[in-house]
Design a protein around this ligand. Structure first.
Ligand code: GLP
Length: 243
């Protein structure tokens, strides 16, 4: 638990950087990082960019897999997660574009797109560290309440709460928010060697309490971290206020 969202970003950014550096000290395999979108991880990405700018970290041998993407938004749409990731992170570091993986929500065959994504993760050697956020309804990625804890990458219909929460990026108009998304599954997240969940803000306090203090539930998919052998939750004081 850190004082502020900025301190959460700094701590988690330093932590991810340390994991990448430790990995390359003992392995020549590429490091595979799972990436979330949303406002929560922005401070983490800022810290990682800062470490890169200071010459303390390189992403040349880092491979990324994003958690999710809206169905139907072209990659160059300003609110696609593809645009988001390049705007806030990838265009500021030395990552090789061929090492960036983001689901394509405009693929002609969405089922095949999801299956190919799971294969690509396996071919990369699995995800070393999955960074994640949490929705205020307790979802991880776009694994909305009711998602199977055994789920893998697939198409999901977004919950009404998520559409309302994300309408702030679409002129505050829920009608403009895509109704469906492609998302990694709960099991895809759990397969990572390490999972780091970021939760900030008073509006996430109840979600964090349920994640940690209630049982594991498919109605609250971020609670899956309780099943993981190597999880960490980084939160600010506000999000921790109901613990
Ligand atoms: C979306 C994303 C999630 C993210 C959540 C919370 O639903 N699919 O991966 O965790 O938003 O976003 P924020 O961090 O902006 O609260």
């Amino acid at each position: 638990i850190r004082d502020t969202p900025d301190a959460v970003g700094r701590y988690s950014g330093d932590y991810v950087a340390a994991r990448i550096q430790a990995h390359f000290a003992s392995s020549d395999r590429r490091f595979v990082l799972g990436c979330p979108t949303g406002s929560t991880p922005l401070a983490t990405y800022r810290r990682l960019v800062q470490l890169y700018d200071e010459g303390r970290l390189s992403f040349r041998n880092v491979v990324t897999f994003n958690m999710d993407e809206y169905v139907g938004l072209p990659r160059d749409h300003p609110q696609s997660y593809h645009s988001f990731m390049w705007r806030h992170f990838f265009s500021h570091i030395d990552i090789q574009p061929c090492n960036v993986h983001i689901l394509d929500g405009t693929a002609p065959d969405l089922v095949a797109e999801c299956e190919a994504y799971e294969r690509a993760i396996a071919e990369a050697g699995g995800i070393d560290l999955f960074l994640a956020g949490a929705g205020s309804d307790g979802h991880v990625a776009f694994n909305e309440p009711g998602s199977s804890l055994a789920s893998r990458t697939r198409i999901k219909t977004l919950a009404r709460d998520t559409i309302a929460a994300n309408s702030r990026f679409f002129d505050d108009d829920p009608a403009q928010v895509p109704r469906m998304a492609l998302t990694v599954g709960v099991q895809t997240v759990l397969d990572a060697r390490e999972v780091v969940v970021l939760v900030v803000g008073q509006h996430k306090a109840e979600a964090l309490r349920r994640c940690i203090e209630d049982g594991v539930s498919h109605m609250n998919t971020v609670s899956c971290v309780q099943l993981h052998p190597n999880p960490m939750v980084v939160s600010d004081e506000d999000a921790a206020s109901e613990l």
